[in-house]
Design a protein around this ligand. Structure first.
Ligand code: SF4
Length: 224
């Protein structure tokens, strides 16, 4: 783990926080998000940590979220869809099978758009290495949302490799969710997460390979 990478991430976070009075961090509790969370809490312990509680997560992920939230005294906010899972399934069936884009829109994009309107800075765990759709990621972006609003979006680990993420966590004695040891490399909702095929990129096991993004990071348009 290069100290240069860690210092770079610290500097990006510090610079972003300088001009923010109400930042939020969207956290999936995957490894890179937990690395950022650790760096971030050292600078802004009360930062709002937004978690998309879709109702479809692995039980192990929810248990891990709750453990970290308790041990690190996180200011955790669970973002929820307008309809509980049971109501959605009664009305539309298993959308994750028949129309995953609509399911992600209802259970991820809409709750995020509703929540993020309250903040002046959006910190994310996006990394270039995660998938081809993120290859040109920059550490500082301004994004415009469908309602016309703009928001500063910051990705402190934009150039970190997966190996660097795990090295940081090991060096700081931070455990990861147990699903990694089972072979998962990118962890989302349980019905849409599989282990990647050999030689494929980390997110290739999501949505059976039919798509790479849930819409959270494509609903807004990069302005600069
Ligand atoms: S990842 Fe799957 S289960 Fe989760 S919101 Fe999207 S389609 Fe639904």
């Amino acid at each position: 783990m290069s100290q240069k990478s860690v210092q770079s991430a610290r500097d990006i976070i510090a610079k972003a926080l300088e001009s923010s009075t109400n930042p939020c961090f969207t956290c999936s509790f995957q490894a890179e998000d937990v690395a950022i969370l650790d760096l971030l809490r050292r600078q802004r312990p009360d930062v709002t940590v937004l978690f998309l509680e879709t109702g479809y997560h692995f039980a192990a992920l929810i248990a891990y979220r709750d453990r970290l939230a308790s041990e690190w005294n996180l200011n955790l906010v669970n973002m929820e869809a307008l309809q509980p899972v049971a109501v959605q399934e009664d009305e539309f069936g298993k959308l994750y099978e028949i129309d995953p884009n609509r399911c992600c829109s209802l259970r991820k994009v809409e709750p995020l758009m509703r929540s993020i309107a309250n903040y002046d800075l959006w910190i994310t765990g996006l990394r270039r290495e995660q998938s081809p759709t993120r290859a040109n990621l920059q550490p500082f972006d301004t994004h415009r949302f469908p309602d016309g609003r703009t928001l500063a979006k910051v990705s402190p680990l934009y150039d970190w490799t997966t190996a660097e993420v795990f090295a940081y966590l090991v060096a700081n004695e931070i455990p990861v969710v147990s699903l990694y040891s089972e072979g998962y490399t990118s962890i989302g909702c349980e019905p849409c997460t599989a282990k990647p095929a050999a030689g494929e990129h980390a997110r290739s096991g999501r949505w059976g390979g039919s798509k790479l993004e849930c819409g959270l990071h494509t609903v807004s348009v990069k302005e600069s």
